[in-house]
Write a protein that binds this ligand. Structure first.
Ligand SMILES: Cc1ccn(O)c(=O)c1
Ligand SMILES: [Zn+2]
Length: 263
């Protein structure tokens, strides 16, 4: 089956058309986190999230993943601490996943793949006035990555899973409110790896401080199957394509150091 060999996202997907490589990009994401080469940094503080469920606005299919979007016009849902010097605002979270449970994550840990990976995307509201400006600047974005494993049903995720059939096709959007993204974080967010990297989708800009959680969360097989029922394609398109394998391959480390908040 296709599951036996690693499936590389075919570069025919629309978002990968156009200038792909960032000219001279040597801080690209995702990466393989080689645990024994990460460097403990005792100065890394605990991450402090302060998310307001009332700032949750909508969920939509952008043709590559589904995004849960938050009102980031004020400091309602914020992230600070860890390696960050400023306060960052949550603007959206989304996932990357495979066509089967053998792969799907973007980051890997000692080459280990997970079935899916959650990304909580924040932007530096102290330095920039909007996400689009932060997108192209150093220290503009902070993304928390959380690995998903197949196990028991994730009760907090179910509200999101139930909304997915309504956004099956590209560009569909539905109202989605009162969702606390903190429920998707693992119990322990004091143990993470952090490094300087990029967006994993075009424009692939190297604006991201990544914080990848060591502890994963569990979701059920059936919950992840609903992710796979989404489509990359719009309603009017002839050939429907399942939204699966929406991850980027790991990129060269190029001499970067991955720091850990734990020994
Ligand atoms: C801003 C942005 C865009 C795409 N992805 O995958 C991310 O993780 C973050
Ligand atoms: Zn992502």
């Amino acid at each position: 089956t296709a599951c036996s060999s690693k499936f590389v996202l075919s570069k025919v997907h629309p978002i990968w058309q156009g200038p792909l490589a960032v000219p001279g990009g040597d801080c690209q994401s995702p990466i393989d986190i080689v645990v024994r080469k990460s460097v403990f940094d005792s100065k890394l503080k605990p991450l402090v999230t302060n998310y307001d469920p009332k700032s949750c606005q909508q969920i939509w299919n952008n043709g590559y993943s589904f995004l849960v979007e938050y009102d980031d016009s004020t400091d309602k849902s914020t992230l600070k601490g860890g390696p960050l010097q400023e306060t960052f605002r949550l603007c959206q979270f989304h996932f990357h996943w495979g066509e089967c449970n053998s792969w799907g994550s973007e980051h890997t840990v000692d080459r280990r793949l997970f079935p899916a990976e959650l990304h909580l995307v924040h932007w530096n509201a102290e330095k920039y006035s909007q996400f689009e400006d932060a997108l192209v600047e150093d220290n503009g974005l902070a993304v928390i990555g959380v690995f998903l494993k197949i196990g028991k049903r994730h009760e907090g995720l179910q509200k999101l899973v139930d909304a997915l059939p309504a956004i099956r096709h590209r560009d569909s959007v539905v109202e989605f409110t009162h969702f606390d993204p903190a429920c998707l974080l693992p119990p322990n967010i004091t143990e993470y790896w952090t490094y300087h990297g990029s967006l994993t989708t075009p424009p692939l800009t190297e604006a991201v401080t990544w914080m990848v959680m060591k502890q994963h969360i569990e979701v059920s097989h059936d919950q992840l199957a609903v992710f796979r029922s989404l489509l990359f394609t719009a309603a009017e398109e002839e050939v429907q394509k399942s939204m699966v394998n929406n991850f980027r391959e790991t990129q060269p480390l190029r001499g970067r150091t991955v720091r850990s908040s734990f020994t």
